[in-house]
Design a protein around this ligand. Structure first.
Ligand code: ARG
Length: 589
């Protein structure tokens, strides 16, 4: 189904052609004076220069021709040559009825669907999740849903960090605390215990302790490095502990991601790419892509057009150890082999931008990535506290994700209990959904690359540009529809939406019609904030209509049925949009 803006533009272009002008002047845009009209065309002003005549004359000619069109209720030429457009009620009603009938409300899918891998989440084994991981998860989940909605084959990969020094640190610390464990007995040949020698909370306490201790104790750090090295070379005891760490962490992570309503198709790990490394390095060397720099193996990635210094991509350190880069390159090799993706999108903190630039250039230059495979980096900004500094706990520590979520849910719970009669248990369930919406919407309503301020009070407010406000609007619609169904049990009414009879109804329809264009823009720009902006406008338009319209007490049944059909469509569109954001609405709140 054509986008509404394209329909209007087409008609305008025809009129320009008909009057002897180039069609390029018939571009229509949303009005920047919504108080005067809905759309506008400024083409006559530009055309006047080319055709050496007065702009108003051109505008008038075009407008005169379009007077008889059923698309417009009002089309006027305004000095010095603007064309102001207001659509006819019938045209709008026809359009929304068609939206109602079509899949995805008529939003056209990608003509050439792609296989896309989205690398998001990126949690690290044995380290607590922090807000950066949360942003990656929230944004990635939304992009995954958007890309899928548009018809692509999308594979979401958690890409667990399970290969770095943190593993060695945890093992070294465990060895310090419990040297008697069989994993540390080099002569032990029996079966290791099935049970992990730690719980998730112990594990999460061990890592920060070990990391702290290593700072003041170089010997311990050396030991941790050595353990990391041995682990990466299949040391039997360490590998067994590492497997324990993995299983304990992954089951915990799965819970957290479930709470966040985030799900991955793949739970691949950095370690999964390791088998690809030796062959990859051989290939890079054989093809003369590498050189030795201060003992390290590197690939130069700077380009002539660079305005800033892009350091070489390091493949092997002086001591022969592999790095984060090496793993990411090998992961590209693995992904090409397993999925042959058309595109890989990485979502991390924007501080990793230069790093990914190096990795991408290296992969491209060395042809590790297919010629037609696009590599995208999407870097997000920092979540700050009210003081404008990166978000911390009250005592200055790193906020654990669970605590952050709990804080938001508690606040929503408090607000629910304060304002209405509700069983505590039900209120808790609802608060979990609304709290998640508050958190996600608070995040996604900002442009991804921007920093934003985490403000529990604002995010959880039931008014304003917030998740709870959107959900509240949906719940309100659901309750009107339920009431209507209860009254009209047996009556079979038409589900057609009739032309609007009031301005607020007209505006509501107008907002609905913008769905396809909005979504295609959000998709092309990988910008969930566009969806948020749209549903906020749509929710506002609905609420204005709702306050001015007595739907349930309306006596004209045809009119009433039409309103119900209209608000049902509004609900469907809102539901679809929040689903694309990874948010769900409760039935009441
Ligand atoms: N584990 C990394 C971190 O915590 C994020 C991983 C991002 N993905 C990647 N392919 N490097 O920073």
């Amino acid at each position: 189904m054509k986008k509404i803006i394209d329909l209007i533009t087409e008609e305008m272009k025809h009129a320009f052609i008909e009057k002897g002008y180039d069609e390029k002047f018939g571009i229509v845009t949303l009005s920047n004076r919504p108080d005067l009209c809905q759309y506008q065309c400024n083409g006559a002003l530009a055309a006047a220069k080319q055709y050496k005549t007065a702009p108003i004359k051109i505008a008038q000619e075009v407008v005169e021709l379009l007077q008889s069109s059923k698309t417009f209720k009002d089309i006027t030429a305004i000095m010095p040559g603007f064309i102001n457009i207001t659509l006819s009620e019938q045209f709008l009603a026809d359009y929304v009825n068609q939206m109602k009938a079509e899949e995805h409300f008529g939003c056209e899918k990608e003509v050439n669907p792609k296989t896309v891998i989205i690398d998001y989440g990126g949690p690290n084994i044995a380290k607590p999740l922090h807000v950066g991981h949360m942003r990656s998860a929230i944004i990635g989940e939304s992009l995954k849903r958007m890309l899928r909605f548009m018809g692509n084959k999308v594979i979401g990969d958690a890409h667990l960090g399970d290969w770095g020094l943190q593993m060695g640190l945890v093992i070294a610390e465990l060895k310090r605390r419990k040297p008697e464990l069989p994993y540390f007995d080099e002569s032990f040949t029996g079966d290791y215990p099935v049970e992990a020698p730690f719980t998730i909370s112990e594990l999460e306490e061990i890592y920060p302790a070990a990391s702290e201790y290593s700072k003041s104790n170089p010997e311990f750090k050396e030991e941790a490095k050595n353990i990391t090295y041995l682990l990466q070379n299949n040391h039997r005891g360490y590998t067994a502990i590492w497997n324990h760490m993995l299983s304990v962490s992954v089951s915990d992570l799965m819970n957290i991601y479930e709470t966040l309503n985030v799900s991955f198709d793949l739970w691949k790990k950095e370690s999964d790419a390791q088998p690809y490394i030796p062959e990859m390095i051989q290939y890079l060397k054989d093809n003369n892509y590498t050189r030795i720099s201060d003992g390290a193996l590197v690939v130069d990635v700077k380009e002539e057009t660079d305005t800033k210094e892009i350091p070489p991509c390091m493949i092997l350190k002086t001591d022969g150890a592999t790095l984060y880069n090496t793993t990411d390159l090998a992961t590209i090799v693995e992904r090409m082999k397993l999925f042959a993706p058309d595109r890989i999108i990485y979502i991390t903190d924007k501080r990793q931008e230069l790093y990914f630039e190096q990795v991408f250039r290296c992969a491209r230059k060395t042809k590790l990535v297919g010629e037609n495979t696009v590599l995208n980096f999407i870097g997000f900004g920092t979540m700050n506290g009210k003081d404008g500094k990166p978000f911390k706990t009250r005592d200055g520590g790193v906020m654990r994700l669970e605590n952050l979520i709990k804080g938001v849910n508690d606040e929503v719970f408090r607000k629910i209990m304060e304002n209405r009669e509700m069983e505590e248990e039900e209120a808790r369930t609802i608060a979990a959904k609304v709290g998640l919406a508050a958190l996600k919407y608070g995040d996604l309503s900002n442009q991804v690359s921007k920093d934003y301020i985490f403000d529990v009070d604002r995010f959880t407010s039931f008014e304003g540009d917030t998740g709870p406000y959107i959900l509240y609007t949906i719940v309100r619609i659901k309750s009107i529809i339920a009431k209507y169904k209860e009254i009209k049990k047996d009556i079979n009414v038409s589900k057609e939406i009739l032309p609007a009879t009031t301005v607020s109804e007209q505006n509501l329809m107008l907002e609905l019609t913008k769905f396809s264009e909005m979504l295609q823009n959000a998709y092309n720009e990988t910008a969930p904030h566009r969806i948020c902006a749209y549903i906020y406008d749509l929710a506002n338009a609905f609420n204005t209509f709702y306050h001015e319209t007595k739907i349930i007490s309306e006596e004209n049944e045809a009119k009433q049925a039409s309103w119900i059909a209209l608000i049902t469509l509004v609900q469907d569109v809102l539901d679809t949009c929040i689903d694309l954001l990874g948010i769900e609405a409760p039935d009441r709140m």
